[in-house]
Design a protein around this ligand. Sequence first.
Ligand code: EPU
Length: 438
Amino acid sequence: MANILTVNGGSPLVGDIEVRGAKNLVSKAMVAALLAEDRCRLRGVPEISDVKIVSGLLELHGVKIDSTDRDGELLLDPTNVEQAHVADIDAHAGTSRVPVLLCGPLLHRLGEAFIPDLGGCRIGDRPINYHLDVLREFGADVQKRPEGLRLTAPNGLSGTRIKLPYPSVGATEQVLLTAVRAKGVTELRNAAVEPEILDLIAILQKMGAIISVETDRVIKIEGVDRLGGYDHLAIPDRIEAGSWACAALATKGDIYVRGAQQQAMMPFLNVFRKIGGQFDIDDEGIRFWHTGDQLSSLVLETDVHPGFMTDWQQPLVVALTQTGGLSIVHETVYENRLGFTEALGEMGAVIQLYRECLGGSPCRFGRANFLHSAVISGPTPLKGAEITVPDLRGGFSYLIAALAAEGQSKVHGIELIYRGYERFSDKLDALGADYEVG
Ligand code: EPU
């Protein structure tokens, strides 16, 4: 696969595209299959490289994975789960953060788990301390080895009371995937309640779990002895839908995103409307468009759900370069998710980063030395440039910038974008983009 995209920008993106299952649900739904004693069927699975990575990891552990002749359907057969070879698992090191979520299910199924060094996007330190603390609370023993971490549960895993220091998506999923088969009741406080987490809970309930989501970020899980399979249609990818919506705005275009769902996108839709973007919701998707009038700047803070999600921030920043006046973006989820703006500066954007918490309430990063607030001055015409994709969402943002910019851009490293945006070159074709791969 060639990894350079040459884009002749400056034309509006116009047309229809479709988003399928959310990357950040599908990978966890696949891990949940490890807990099942029967076959699972997952529908709406997108063709992204993260799905291949998780499939590889599960296959190493004896899960049989087949696609059916229906597009986007995976069958997962976990009836012969087995211990994988350390060296094989290690071959997956540095590619995804999902392996840490295998720990609870593997401890239940096999009594031990091994995880290699973890990768994922370079958008901050992305530690796994919450995950390991949670697993220890359930009774796991964690040993550090040169090649990674080995976990055992000599006395099995038991339900517990946990309060997360921050409503981490991954740590909440770790608790869910571990507590469903632990002995007794688990009470989780300060849980993340993202729509993808609620969809994972729906899957676990189909499998036989007993989970209640209560007020104030409290989730209670009653452990059960056995979990069966599931048949589930994954929640659509609201990050991808929002990314294309930003592409419509930044290129003065008009994009119908089939599969986009209002409920999960409400924080995004509010912001889109405040800037001056238009949208129209029907039963099958959402149309997003630029009216031709000057867009307005705004002050925005990213946050855990129900806030404006961090993954929308990078594509939105490109659209904000085209609004009139000063916009402020305060990134409160990741300490280092604004570094991608440097290349936008080379394309003509005027963006200044600050260490202070600007435009909102103080966050965890305010006292540390992180450039986590941005002031964006617009509108500034963008011009083509040679840029290299820094991470998944930053990469898609560069694509938007290249499509909005006058002249030619070369975007290097586009293979990172395939981690989370399926068939994006087909979608660019459907939207009339002028580009070449290679
Ligand atoms: N954190 C810790 N310790 C931990 C875990 C997290 O300090 O053990 C910190 C992180 O460093 C970060 C914050 O907590 O500052 C939030 O991290 P969280 O655990 O919520 O994120 P995650 O589970 O690692 C998932 C998505 C991300 C998405 C975030 C926030 C997956 C595979 N990844 O990451 O998606 O940005 O939740 O919604 O589900 C992406 O799709 O591009 C992406 C990065």
